[in-house]
Design a protein around this ligand. Structure first.
Ligand SMILES: C[S@@+](CC[C@H](N)C(=O)[O-])C[C@H]1O[C@@H](n2cnc3c(N)ncnc32)[C@H](O)[C@@H]1O
Ligand code: SF4
Length: 401
């Protein structure tokens, strides 16, 4: 079962925002969380439910209608301001366990309530074995412009340790099917540091992703999340904890292999060809407004952050009663918003403007002298992580804050 939600103040039943929240004409993003998976991978603690875990009161079949009810609630809460939606991201869970027609209906609801901005980026995540050529074509026809596959590895024993259900080659075949279906933007997710993964295993996965016809790759170190089957195996001493030095080596191998084929880093864990950057993630990292639809989804509008109830049955019950599914919220004060801007901004290749770091210049100068930061090449007067700084990004953030 997924972990717990943060604590916060209650969200009013009508979902209204605190007085003074500025719902201006800044572009809005939508995240739609689809909380269903065929099976749960042993390392994952995301809000997602298998058919057996779901219980009564909610079903995959009724999910699209409930999500559409939340899109309509969003329109009521945000009022009549012009809020063109620049990016939509369907994540999970496994969005593609639902029929493409259901996902298309949710997208149409966002378009009819708010209007999609011209050239909007519309992404869905997909498990490689949850799609085929026909479903990818249907998604493209429904208006999706980008698809992100969870590949993780091409090595059988690594996929087995992660309890992934797809074969080593399936993600790469799915990339070709997505291209044939007309997707201009295709991404692959990789994980490194899986117990038992050798340096050679990781190199094979990285090289396979680099050779694939994609314009974006994410690579994340495996996190052993409390409460997962993987954490229990680590606790029992059956498998070792991922090692930090190994993770640093994996990162360098990935950065070099991706760079060699024109996939450049634009955020610490993300690489893209020019124009292939995920605009939706950039909206998070730049602190824009986004509305998170679905069980356990988080939202942010003008420093107000709220999160939905996690169970799909309670989520459905609230929306069917005309109530907000919000479980709690918090108002970020100036200091927290500043910290968040630094925390997220420094992980980007565009870096942070030095003018925006008043009071932090002594530590910035130390980090520059230690070779963890460098002056930004793209934006004058900015500070950007070096390769060593990217390997130690968490430490840099701690020192900056
Ligand atoms: C939550 S999944 C949703 C997409 C899809 N279900 C999949 O697995 O590809 C998004 C990404 O998060 C990664 N992820 C989930 N738990 C993780 C963990 N504990 N450590 C590192 N990456 C993780 C997944 O492997 C996946 O690539
Ligand atoms: S398929 Fe994705 S969301 Fe589902 S359990 Fe595995 S990693 Fe988590």
């Amino acid at each position: 079962m997924p972990g717990s939600l943060p604590e916060g103040e209650p969200v009013p039943p009508d979902g209204s925002l605190p007085e003074g929240t500025l719902v201006d004409s800044r572009p809005l993003s939508f995240y739609v969380h689809v909380p269903f998976c065929a099976t749960r991978c042993g390392y994952c603690d995301f809000t997602t439910y298998t058919a057996e875990e779901l219980g009564g009161g909610a079903s995959r079949d009724s999910y699209a209608d409930d999500a559409i009810a939340e899109v309509r609630l969003a329109r009521r809460v945000l009022g009549s301001a012009e809020l063109p939606v620049r990016t939509v991201f369907l994540g999970g869970g496994t969005p593609t366990l639902l029929p493409a027609a259901d996902l298309g209906r949710i997208l149409t609801a966002i378009d009819s309530e708010f209007g999609l901005a011209p050239g909007a980026e519309v992404t869905t995540e997909a498990n490689p074995d949850s799609v085929d050529a026909a479903s990818l074509s249907a998604l493209r026809e429904a208006g999706f412009t980008r698809v992100s596959f969870g590949m993780q590895s091409v090595v059988p024993h690594v996929l087995a340790m992660l309890e992934r259900t797809h074969s080593p080659g399936r993600a790469l075949a799915a990339v070709d099917e997505a291209r044939s279906a007309g997707f201009a933007h295709v991404s692959l997710d990789l994980i490194y540091g899986t117990p038992g993964e050798t340096a050679d295993d990781w190199r094979r996965s990285v090289e396979a992703a680099a050779a694939a016809d994609v314009d974006h790759v994410s690579a994340y170190a495996l996190v052993v999340e409390d409460g997962t089957r993987l954490a229990a195996r680590v606790r029992r001493g059956e498998v070792p904890l991922p090692d930090d030095d190994v993770a640093a080596e994996c990162y360098e191998v990935a950065d070099e292999a991706f760079g060699a084929v024109g996939l450049d880093w634009y955020e610490v864990s993300n690489w893209a060809r020019p124009g292939g950057e995920c605009r939706h993630n950039m909206a998070y990292w730049r602190g824009d407004h986004w509305w998170g639809v679905g069980p356990g989804a988080h939202s942010h509008v003008d420093g107000v952050r709220w999160w939905n109830v996690r169970h799909p049955a309670e989520y459905a019950r609230r929306l069917r009663a005309g109530e907000s599914p919000g479980a709690g919220r918090e108002m970020l004060d100036h200091e927290s918003r500043e910290s968040e801007r630094v925390l997220l901004g420094i992980r980007l290749r565009e870096g942070l403007a030095l003018d925006d770091l008043p009071g932090r210049m002594p530590v910035v100068n130390e980090l520059l002298a230690e070779g963890l930061l460098q002056p930004g090449a793209a934006v004058a007067g900015s500070a950007v992580l070096t390769l060593r700084g990217r390997l130690l990004a968490d430490l840099v953030v701690r020192r900056l804050l």
